[in-house]
Write a protein that binds this ligand. Structure first.
Ligand code: FCX
Length: 436
């Protein structure tokens, strides 16, 4: 059975569960929420559903029920590599099943077939000012391809069918996913490598091909695979996932939806934090002439950052209340990679891990003083020579697309409603609070 047929079977099994919950148990309360949650970005309000990943505050992310180490262990590995195929991970996210080698190969072949980036996308990228942020370029390239949406075409031709429209979304998402790595690589080479380009190698998988197209070493192929998988999904409430879902809920197609999600990822409190982390860390290292600081020196620098009203980038999280396992996974990669382990920038990042949580605890504001994914990712990129830190969020975006596109395929399959939470006025809240 091919991926689409497996997915169809899963969707047919899942639909009655969702229908039953809404029809028979629709009045059952899920929770209550407070004024602080209403004003404070909806923190903790359970108003989204996804089965693709779940974020436990203490344990961190599980993809389809599996922790990060379990996911890496279970998926078919690329021959000669310790890391799995990104394509197999896509299969897992969509279906909840660990694919066989053959099932993984089906996605590898499908994405290869779809991977050609249209010339008009290249023309649009080239027409943008060369100093445009790579995230603006990435988002523009995605939305430019909207004209190719099968979902939008069929909808406009009156062929919308609630039961089968997920199939068009599925096709759009596969085409889009297949092109994201080549688009990212094109932006990278155009902006930072003298506008010289490296064609895709049809013998390589998605992650390896990205490494190849940006002109990286063989070792970086595993970095790309790891990076895309780790950044893929973090349940539904984070800005990029929620935005993609929200836009898709208006029956906007995958191109409009993903482009919107990517714009959210570009914020410094979200995906751009990995750029901020590296800028902050590099500046610090430069000031000290490349020497790793003492604990005391570092502590002072952290306080200076906080006292100047800035956040410590890469630390804190809206849901997590412990060290992000995505951080741990990348830290282990560093510790297990000769060269990286003793790399001054990694040593500094490791020292920040020792010092920053206590500083944040003393500061007393952040609910979570522990590092998140962004605190570790830049150092690995820098070590391998991807030193253009404004590009890091594009890497995040390619990974994040796996999660959000799998999610919007399921949104269509389960017919999730257009999002429309209710707003209130300040006076209404004052009345609820009994102060008016
Ligand atoms: N440094 C300094 N202050 C911090 C902080 C940090 N790293 N993290 C949180 N705080 C502050 C908040 O700014 C807030 O202050 P305020 O009361 O004056 O507004 C207070 O602590 C309470 O915030 P908290 O509830 O703990 O955190 P939020 O859910 O509001 O925000 C983020 C979560 C992630 C946005 C926040 O911790 C932050 O700004 N971290 C630094 C940026 C970062 O690393 N972002 C990446 C997150 C992530 F993994 C991703 O999406 O990529």
């Amino acid at each position: 059975m091919g991926l689409k047929d497996v997915l169809k079977k899963k969707i047919d099994e899942q639909r009655p569960r969702t229908t039953k919950l809404v029809k028979e148990f629709g009045d059952v309360k899920v929770g209550e929420y407070t004024i602080a949650q209403t004003i404070g970005g909806g923190r903790g309000i359970k108003s989204l559903v996804t089965d693709i990943s779940y974020l436990d505050p203490m344990e961190g992310i599980r993809f389809r029920g599996m922790t990060i180490p379990e996911t890496f262990a279970a998926l078919p590995k690329v021959p000669g590599s310790d890391y799995p195929y990104v394509e197999g991970f896509w299969y897992l996210l969509l279906t909840g099943d660990v694919p066989t080698v053959e099932q993984t190969q089906e996605v590898v072949d499908m994405w290869k077939e779809y991977a050609q980036v249209p010339q008009y996308v290249i023309d649009i990228l080239r027409a943008m000012p060369r100093d445009s942020h790579p995230m603006a370029m990435f988002s523009a390239a995605i939305v430019a391809m909207q004209r190719e949406s099968i979902f939008a075409k069929n909808y406009s031709e009156g062929k919308f069918n609630k039961m089968t429209c997920w199939e068009d979304m599925y096709e759009d998402c596969n085409i889009l996913m297949a092109r994201l790595a080549p688009i990212g690589a094109y932006i990278y080479r155009m902006k930072y490598k003298g506008d010289t380009h490296i064609p895709a190698d049809p013998s390589l998988d998605f992650g390896a091909n990205f490494a190849h197209m940006i002109g990286q070493s063989k070792e970086y192929m595993d970095v790309a695979r790891m990076y895309f998988i780790l950044h893929s999904d973090h349940e539904s409430g984070n800005v990029s996932a929620h935005t993609t879902h929200l836009v898709a809920s208006a029956l906007s197609d995958a191109y409009y939806s993903l482009s919107a999600g990517i714009n959210g990822l570009a914020g410094p409190l979200h995906g751009l934090a990995n750029e901020e982390v590296l800028r902050w860390t590099q500046n610090f290292l430069e000031k000290l002439g490349g020497e790793v600081p003492t604990k005391e020196g570092l502590e002072k620098a952290l306080w200076d950052t906080l006292n100047s009203g800035q956040v410590i980038p890469g630390y804190g999280h809206a849901v997590l209340r412990k060290t992000d396992p995505r951080y741990t996974s990348q830290r282990e990669f560093c510790l297990n990679t000769p060269g990286l382990k003793d790399y001054p920038l990694f040593k500094l990042v490791a020292l920040i891990f020792e010092v920053a949580p206590d500083v944040l605890l003393k500061h007393g504001k952040a609910k979570n003083p522990w590092p998140n994914v962004d605190a570790q990712s830049g150092v690995i990129q820098w070590y391998y020579g991807v030193t253009q830190y404004e590009f890091y969020t594009v890497l995040f975006g390619i990974g994040r697309a796996l999660g959000v596109l799998a999610n919007i395929t399921w949104d269509r399959a389960l017919g999730y409603a257009i999002e429309r939470p209710k707003s209130v006025t300040t006076a209404m809240l004052e009345e609820v609070a009994g102060i008016k």
